[in-house]
Design a protein. Structure first.
Length: 251
């Protein structure tokens, strides 16, 4: 089946949003990832004159255009057939990453509470969180912040009733069926299960955000010694990020 457009929503006079799925999830991520790739390729080879950017979200893409060069009707006339002729990828085709996480108590302030609320032991919470390859559904909230799913059903909890005013950078968190990593210190209401020492955003890199929509991530537990060593290397700018990028099957 082609990439289906559920709805078209105008966004001022310079953009419109195409809803591609009824809800966030793996199927929506495949549709969005495919549509984004097709539209970006069309922009690159000149088939979408006046289109300046395609922004991906959980279940939609927003197409931005220059109103001095084209109009919404003309862009839609070109975009809709492109998507109608495209079949969503059978699987997400982005990069595969193994990212370290340390679960020491001071780095995982909500681990015990999550265990209590789910009826699991802290060790079981960790094991179930580590057992899944997560799809990066979209990047948002903060530069480089990955929304990833789907979380093991036994770990699905609503956000904290009392959000923190300061969540440390690198915190790995869960809420509402998803997991994420905070790339910056910021307020946040997700449950913190550990911390990742790998910088997710660096404006000096060619691609500032480490992860992209369509990537897949698996977490790997590391000791505090290894965590501290990686943190030191990251602070010094000497951490080799290629060591965390995997090849081969994600299973």
């Amino acid at each position: 089946m082609p990439v289906e457009i559920e709805a078209i929503r105008p966004l001022a006079d310079t953009a419109f949003t195409l809803d591609l799925a009824p809800a966030a999830g793996e199927d929506a991520a495949r549709r969005v990832h495919t549509a984004t790739a097709v539209l970006n390729a069309a922009i690159a080879d000149g088939r979408l004159p006046g289109v300046t950017e395609v922004a991906a979200a959980f279940r939609s893409v927003t197409v931005h255009h220059d109103p001095l060069r084209t109009d919404r009707a003309s862009v839609l006339k070109a975009v809709v057939p492109l998507l109608e002729q495209t079949t969503p990828a059978a699987a997400l085709t982005g990069a595969l990453w193994t990212l370290p996480i340390c679960h020491d108590t001071d780095l995982a302030p909500d681990l015990a509470d999550v265990a209590d609320r789910t009826g699991l032991s802290p060790e079981d919470v960790i094991a179930r969180h580590l057992s899944t390859d997560y799809s990066v559904y979209c990047i948002g909230f903060l530069p480089g912040f990955p929304f990833m799913g789907d979380l093991d059903a036994t770990l699905r909890l609503p956000r904290r009733t009392s959000p923190r005013t300061r969540v440390p950078a690198g915190s790995v968190a869960i809420a509402n069926g998803m997991t994420a990593i905070y790339p910056w210190e910021s307020p946040g209401g997700w449950h913190l299960l550990g911390r990742c020492p790998v910088p997710l955003f660096d404006s000096t890199r060619t691609a500032p955000a480490l992860l992209s929509a369509g990537d897949r991530v698996r977490f790997q537990a590391v000791s505090r010694t290894d965590f501290d060593q990686l943190t030191t290397q990251a602070a010094a700018g000497s951490l080799d990020l290629s060591q965390f990028r995997r090849t081969g099957d994600a299973s």
